[in-house]
Design a protein around this ligand. Structure first.
Ligand SMILES: O=C(O)CCC(=O)C(=O)O
Ligand SMILES: [Fe+2]
Length: 344
């Protein structure tokens, strides 16, 4: 047994062939083969299912080791929350998608104008550029399960902490994204960007100050060939733009027009339905091209400080505001519009 501070590390059940490294308050296993890189149980890190320098930082949604979560999120810029969403909620979301499949593939697919979406109540269909597939934007307006996701227990406290409670919270964009064979999203973002919400920590004090944190929720299993999300671990701290984003305009190319998975340094994130990838939008990311038949299904909610207007400025409907709990309303409309009192 190796002991680091008050955290005991047990070598049984954890790593057979690897070496143990002790760091202050943290123990890691540097193993030589992938098979031995799997944590099963361990008294020091009961919440970690897998973690090492090479593989994904994965935690179970109920992990309460705040120090460890902070360490991994700071280091990698992302975490996978395992089994974060209840199966019945995943089922309800997939059901909504099935009910609206004609907008993805069918009679309703083409909107009245090339550039505009179709409205389904307060939800609008949308694409960033075609290859990325179809989005149902403003999905919080389409039913209870989507309202529930606003402050879902598996992530809301972490999100508040990373954005920093002094900043409050808002949702910058919320949508379902459906991507078929051949679809992808190009590489974009990185620590070099001078965009005001592309922050991670307060530069002087080091306090959390994440300007945008994405919850990318898997509605089906996403594995090799399914067009998984890709990212470059640690690139939220990069001061150089990724080489493919540096070719024009002094590093200000926002998004490459080819599959993100083909950009050097990208790593694919594999998830099972109900898992959530929580990542700072500052990290360089995109997706691999989908090679398999069928469609990739995700929900994305992006959280920002309350001062940031939502990306496409969908105005919350009166019905939604009335339905929301006070806590959710504070996130969806953190700064209510001020208007003169009507005079009779
Ligand atoms: O679709 C993906 O896998 C990536 C999505 C993305 O770029 C984002 O959520 O910011
Ligand atoms: Fe993105």
């Amino acid at each position: 047994m190796v002991t680091t501070g008050d955290r005991p590390c047990w070598d049984e059940n954890v790593c057979v062939a690897g070496n143990w490294v002790s760091l202050p308050k943290l123990c890691m296993c540097l193993c030589e083969t992938q098979e031995t890189n799997v944590y099963t149980t361990g008294q020091s890190f009961p919440f970690i299912t897998r973690f090492n320098f090479m593989q994904e930082p994965i935690i179970t949604a109920d992990c309460d080791d705040e120090y460890l979560v902070d360490y991994m999120f700071d280091l990698h810029g992302y975490l996978i929350l395992k089994n974060a969403i209840a199966p019945e909620d995943i089922k309800a979301i997939n059901h909504w998608i099935d009910d609206h499949w004609a907008y993805v593939e069918g009679a309703a697919e083409k909107g009245p104008r090339e550039s505009a979406g179709q409205w389904i109540g307060n939800v609008e269909t949308h694409t960033y550029g075609g290859a990325d597939g179809l989005n149902f934007q403003n999905i919080i307006e389409s039913g209870e399960v989507f309202e529930k996701l606003i402050d879902y227990p598996a992530w809301i406290d972490r999100v508040r902490r990373f954005v920093n409670p002094v900043n409050g919270l808002s949702i910058h964009e919320n949508f379902i994204t459906i991507r078929g064979k051949g679809g992808y999203i190009g590489p974009h973002c990185g620590g070099h960007l001078p965009i005001c919400y592309m922050t991670f920590r307060q530069a002087n004090t080091g306090d959390w100050m994440v300007g945008q944190i994405n919850m990318l929720m898997a509605l089906t299993d996403i594995g090799p060939g399914d067009g998984p999300t890709t990212l470059i671990p640690g690139s939220h701290k990069a001061r150089f733009p990724h080489p493919v984003l540096a070719n024009n305009s002094g590093g200000m190319v926002y998004r490459g027009d080819f599959a993100g998975g083909d950009a050097i340094g990208m790593k694919e994130l594999y998830m099972e339905a109900g898992d959530v990838a929580m990542f700072t939008d500052t990290i360089t990311h995109g997706s691999a091209k989908r090679e398999n038949d069928g469609y990739r299904r995700n929900v994305v909610y992006r959280y920002s400080p309350r001062f940031i207007r939502s990306r496409f400025h969908y105005v919350p409907s009166v019905g939604l505001l009335e339905r929301l709990t006070e806590e959710r309303r504070q996130i969806i409309q953190p700064i209510p519009p001020r208007m003169p009192v009507p005079v009779d």
